[in-house]
Ligand binder design. Structure first.
Ligand SMILES: [Zn+2]
Ligand SMILES: [Zn+2]
Length: 167
């Protein structure tokens, strides 16, 4: 017993105890930092990130596990990526469902007129004849600038060619 007592009072023991205590503090702070980093990847709200970090630090060592029980299951990057994919799929779906505005027959994006009711669907490029989207400023196939359709004429129905013929 006297041997143990003298060891506990020795400088060597104090040094070991201090190093051990320091390691615990470093480990505690590292866990808090990990919680902060993880919360930042999962949360958008700075208040929630601060709250998560606080939970990661207090109670010590148990906090990160409590945080892990409540954290959002996905990283923000993954959520954004999934949203983009969903939007791309939706765009593709709407692109597939092109219909004639007059008779509602199915049409393809390359159609210039509706084959059922002969309604003009798209303007054709004056240079290469490619079907043009109403918002395009230039033909993407031959680089010919697109004139704005005459005012008053609906872009889906009126065409420049038809206009020229009537003039
Ligand atoms: Zn039609
Ligand atoms: Zn063209």
């Amino acid at each position: 017993m006297t041997l143990l007592a003298s060891f506990l009072n020795s400088g060597g023991f104090h040094a070991i105890r201090d190093v051990f205590f320091l390691l615990i503090v470093v480990f505690w702070l590292a866990l808090g930092y990990w919680t902060y980093k993880d919360a930042k990847r999962r949360l958008d709200d700075s208040t929630l990130i601060a709250l998560s970090t606080a939970v990661g630090l207090i109670p010590p060592f148990v906090g990160p596990f409590i945080y892990m029980l409540f954290r959002p299951p996905e990283y923000l990057d993954e959520v954004r990526e999934r949203e983009l994919e969903t939007r791309a799929i939706e765009d593709r779906m709407t692109a597939l469902d092109i219909r004639c505005p007059v008779c509602h027959a199915e049409a393809e994006s390359s159609f210039l007129v509706c084959p059922v009711c002969t309604t003009k669907l798209k303007q054709a490029c004056t240079s290469c004849g490619a079907p043009l989207e109403p918002i395009w400023q230039i033909c993407p196939y031959c680089e010919t600038p697109i004139e704005a359709p005459a005012a008053g004429a609906p872009p889906a129905l009126g065409t420049r060619r038809a206009h020229r013929r009537t003039r």
